[in-house]
Design a protein around this ligand. Structure first.
Ligand code: ATP
Ligand code: MN
Length: 464
């Protein structure tokens, strides 16, 4: 018999097939007529399939009547039309093989609903719940949409390094990579750490962004993107920061800030559209159980034009809002989550792209505007989540970028290769970074970023 996923077995065109299904029991119900109903889930979709196990199966009394949530089974049987509500098909079992038991006294995922906090302690079992199964499927669809979008638009997928020695690009605190023994650190005669004894001969770190390396490939191949793990050792225990997260970073040559904004908007629209088209069942679950604005938010993302406003104008809107913010707003300060949320959720009620930020709060590589005080930065803010994308047009003038680096106290010798890109065949170029987990939050309505990545790493937590 052919193996078939529950997702396929639930379709009407499967009726009449002899098939093999494999998965985990969700529930068992014994009927008075001497047979049992089993609900089986295999992760291929949110829904279970109902299996009818008649009493004449050889292991009915010895095994089937002992099945409980979490047991693993193989079912051979015929897929039939079902008279039941909410299901087109069911399976009449001809054989049921039990692979593994799950003692109902000990298995934690029984009928009772557990809090998200509790489920975080069971990172090894939580994917078996409806919520985490749905998050995993939606996350997968988002990743597929990311690759499809860039591949169809001619962007090359490149892999930027995870270990890097360029430490100071201002994106955040970095994790050190070293093989030195912390109990026995080699020292120079001056009493400093002797990094020449370390694995890479110099201080090395986990990457906070693939951008600088992305620029190298963009200024050779035109349009590229990198998509991989990213690390920030910020000690910020918030619902939207992880120490290890995934970032998608396109970088394109002959690309100005307007092109960059356009790309970011098309990109987010594509992800939203693909999820709407392919994850209907999971979205209905999020809408019902997690956040009743999920579908509406996605539809806005997919079809409404993003609002584009300069930073300076956003400051004016916030100042005039009459809102009481915990952090006051004034020109020159960075926006906090509460400000971002006011702009997206209350003022514009749609995604917002802020651009032309004060130079003083942005890194050296962002292109200077002629006004002498702002740079060609852009942040995309999504409803509920706030900043989801950060990007910019890059400074392409050797003299300007050199003096910006000096002003920010960076050693230009460390960046000789980065400056070479401006020395040899420089071009206007731009890029941005999308935090995958923030996107998953925007799409699913999940309140805490720890619940949209399989194994969250946060301060004090890297258990498994
Ligand atoms: P924030 O101000 O929200 O901390 P950032 O400005 O430091 O973010 P960028 O350096 O612009 O972030 O990174 C690009 C994108 O990566 C952000 O827009 C966000 O989606 C994501 N991101 C940044 N830091 C984190 C983090 N610690 N955990 C998860 N996603 C992150
Ligand atoms: Mn940012």
């Amino acid at each position: 018999m052919d193996k078939i996923s529950i997702r396929d077995a639930r379709q009407e065109d499967a009726i009449g097939r002899q098939a093999t299904l494999q998965g985990w029991i969700r529930t068992r119900r014994d009927s008075k007529g001497g047979f049992s109903f089993l609900e089986i889930n295999d992760g291929s979709c949110m829904a279970n399939i109902q299996v009818i196990a008649d009493a004449d199966l050889s292991n009915y009394e010895s095994e089937i009547k002992r099945l409980s949530a979490g047991c693993s089974v193989t079912i051979h049987g015929e897929i039939k039309a079902s008279g039941g509500k909410g299901q087109a098909t069911e399976v009449q079992a001809s054989e049921i093989i039990v692979h593994g038991w799950a003692d109902p006294e000990e298995y934690p995922l029984q009928k009772k609903r557990h809090s998200m906090e509790k489920l975080r302690e069971w990172a090894h079992l939580r994917p078996r719940t409806n919520t985490f199964g749905a998050v995993a499927r939606v996350r997968n669809r988002i990743c597929r949409a990311i690759h499809d979008f860039f591949q169809e638009d001619g962007f090359l997928y490149i892999h930027t390094p995870i270990i890097t020695a360029s430490d100071c690009e201002g994106a955040g605190e970095m994790f050190r990579v070293t093989t030195l023994d912390p109990a026995n650190i080699p020292k120079t005669p001056e009493g400093k750490v002797d990094f020449t004894k370390d694995f890479f001969d110099r201080p090395s770190y986990l990457t906070v962004s693939g951008q600088l390396e992305g620029e190298i490939y963009a200024t050779a191949l035109g349009k590229v993107y990198t998509f991989g793990p990213t690390f920030r050792a910020e000690n910020s225990n918030t619902s939207r920061h992880l120490a290890e997260f995934w970032m998608v970073e396109p970088e394109a040559a002959f690309f100005e800030l307007d092109d960059n904004m356009q790309l970011a908007e098309q990109f987010l629209k594509r992800i939203a559209t693909d999820v709407l088209n392919h994850c209907e069942e999971d979205l209905a679950f999020f809408q019902q159980r997690i956040d009743s604005t999920v579908v509406e938010t996605l539809e806005t993302l997919a079809s409404k034009a993003f609002e584009r406003i300069p930073y300076t104008e956003a400051v004016e809107i916030l100042e005039k809002s009459g809102e009481k913010f915990d952090f006051p707003v004034s020109w020159g300060s960075d926006f906090q989550a509460e400000h971002e949320r006011y702009l997206t959720d209350q003022h514009f009620k749609c995604p917002v792209i802020l651009y032309d930020y004060p130079a003083a709060i942005k890194p050296f590589y962002m292109k200077c505007n002629d006004d002498g005080r702002t740079v060609r930065a852009m942040d995309v803010l999504a409803p509920r989540v706030g900043e989801i994308i950060g990007g910019s047009q890059r400074e392409d003038c050797l003299e300007v970028i050199t003096s910006r680096m000096e002003a920010q106290g960076l050693d230009t010798d460390d960046y000789w290769w980065y400056l070479d890109l401006r020395r040899f065949g420089t071009v206007p170029h731009s890029g941005f970074g999308l935090g995958l987990e923030r996107m998953v939050q925007a799409v699913t309505g999940m309140a805490n970023i720890r619940d949209v990545i399989p194994f969250p790493r946060t301060p004090g937590n890297a258990d498994f």
